[in-house]
Design a protein around this ligand. Structure first.
Ligand SMILES: Cc1ncc(COP(=O)(O)O)c(C=O)c1O
Length: 484
């Protein structure tokens, strides 16, 4: 046996190689409130709930009690009345999957003769909905946005027909930070008897306190479900989100129950069977402690950060904010109104910022189904803790922009030409594991470290046929977890 102290020492060593989770230097993935007491509270609550199994709240009623409180908190925050009910899930993806599964099952009830329903959303909707369409056998029907990442309500509404199981709007969309036209779409959907899901996984615990927004929650007629993640701006550790439905009938359609096996009766509101109650307990504790007032204060801090950063970007020649973000995300793009020699490529910028100790997230561009291209960009998730270092960040942003101004976007031309020659071009073949690994090594992307420049890999992802790029990225991730 290995001494427990040494085991933990080894884990500390491994953790030392991770990007910092606190302090705001990583502007994606992690959501630091900047308040140590929240982390301490979450740890203590998670520890208390550690031995429980969320599979059966009749045996562990504390789980049901915490869920009731959490769903009640989210329902008040989202202006849902007593008819709004829901469940606690393991995260945004699970909430989105369940919203789709529920809508699909209800669509099948309405359409007993069969067919394949569609899922309609802006092309900026989170990829979790593509996953849902894939897993639950729906047709993914993305509606193109403008190059500024904004979708027009009329374009979404034009797709709404009897084959649509669910229309999704985002509050806000992760890639652009834009708030979709919730009211227009939800009301049009209601008129056609189509449910409308608001994906507020990202903004659900911020937008309720963000100034000057149109109604986007249960106040809007036609909004039938909303997802909101506690493990993002709820400031809870990973593993917790809520999915709320208007009406008990919808929530019941989310459940899976069976007595048709010789074991215990299975009644699962969510996708998992046995599940940890620790994330639930941590989220419960944080919401109890912060209350609506605490979230309002934290949102004020984010709003101040957003204002400062947008002002800074406006003053940086060659750099621009994509579209009109509303909430805690902004995407940076090259300012196309100035000559190329004065532009700041966002992926070059993201790589250059790493040297200053800041990480913003590379987002590939997308040519949409109508041929309109959304440019590649860099995503910034703005968290309250960033307020403490915002001068530092804006200084680094200016310096890094100066350093890369005029440097053209990476194109990976030679690599792409090579791949085409090998038959991996448009309409060509998809590499298997060995070939994908060789191609990755060729692209210099085989050794993953947190500081590796990403512009070239992103250029490849943008330009390769999607099935090829997806095979390469699958390979990259799968190899990471392969025993050496
Ligand atoms: C709008 C939106 N929906 C869904 C998700 C998926 O959430 P998760 O990563 O918790 O599964 C995200 C994640 O960033 C998101 O921004």
């Amino acid at each position: 046996m290995t001494d427990t102290g040494r085991v933990l020492e080894r884990l500390r060593e491994l953790r030392a190689g991770d990007a910092p989770t606190h302090g705001g230097r990583v502007l994606s993935y992690v959501y630091d409130s900047g308040r140590d007491e929240l982390d301490e509270l979450a740890d203590a609550a998670a520890r208390l709930a550690r031995p429980l199994n969320g599979l059966d709240p009749t045996v562990f009623p504390s789980i049901a009690a915490m869920e009731r409180d959490l769903i009640g908190f989210a329902r008040r925050m989202l202006h849902g009345g007593r008819g709004v009910v829901g469940s606690v899930t393991s995260g945004g993806t699970e909430s989105c999957l369940l919203a789709v599964k529920t809508a699909r099952d209800l669509w099948r009830q309405r359409n007993p003769d069969g067919g394949r329903p569609r899922l309609v959303a802006a092309s900026t909707a989170h990829a979790a909905f593509q996953k849902a369409a894939h897993l639950f056998d729906l047709t993914w029907d993305p509606v193109p946005c403008g190059p500024d990442g904004a979708v027009r309500a009329a374009d979404l509404i034009a797709r709404l027909d009897a084959e649509v199981a669910l229309v999704i709007v985002s509050a806000p969309a992760y890639p652009s930070g834009a708030l979709d036209p919730v009211a227009a779409v939800a009301e049009a959907a209601a008129d056609r008897g189509i449910p409308c899901h608001v994906d507020a996984c990202f903004g659900g615990f911020v937008l309720p306190w963000w100034p000057d927004l149109p109604a986007w929650d249960f106040r809007v007629r036609g909004v039938t479900s909303i997802s909101a993640d506690l493990h993002k701006f709820g400031y809870a550790p990973k593993g917790v989100s809520v999915l709320l439905h208007r009406g008990r009938r919808r929530l019941r359609a989310q459940f899976f129950a069976t007595t048709r096996w010789p074991g215990y009766p299975v009644v699962n509101p969510t996708l998992l069977g046995s599940r940890s109650a620790s994330p639930l307990a941590a989220a419960w504790a944080i919401t109890q402690h912060l209350g609506a007032g605490g979230y309002a204060e934290l949102t004020d801090a984010i709003h101040r950060v957003a204002t400062t950063i947008r002002r800074t970007v406006d003053a940086v020649p060659g750099l621009a904010v994509m579209g009109r973000p509303a909430g805690p995300a902004i995407a940076l793009v090259a300012d196309e109104t100035v000559p190329p020699a004065q532009r700041v490529d966002p992926h070059r910028l993201a790589d250059a910022l790493t040297a200053h100790g800041w990480r913003i997230q590379h987002q590939p561009g997308l040519t949409q189904t109508d041929g309109v291209r959304m440019p590649h960009s860099a995503h910034l998730t703005l968290t309250p803790v960033l307020e403490q270092g915002v001068e530092d960040f804006t200084g680094a942003l200016r310096a890094a922009s100066d350093a890369v101004r005029g440097v053209p976007a990476a194109e990976a031309r030679t690599l792409l030409a090579g791949m085409r020659l090998l038959g991996y071009g448009e309409g060509g073949r998809v590499p298997g594991p060995a070939a994908a690994w060789r191609l990755l090594r060729l692209a210099g992307a085989g050794d993953v470290s947190a500081d590796q420049p990403m512009a070239t890999l992103m250029a490849l992802i943008e330009r390769l046929p999607a099935p090829v790029a997806e095979a390469l990225l699958t390979e990259l991730l799968a190899r990471l977890s392969e025993p050496r």
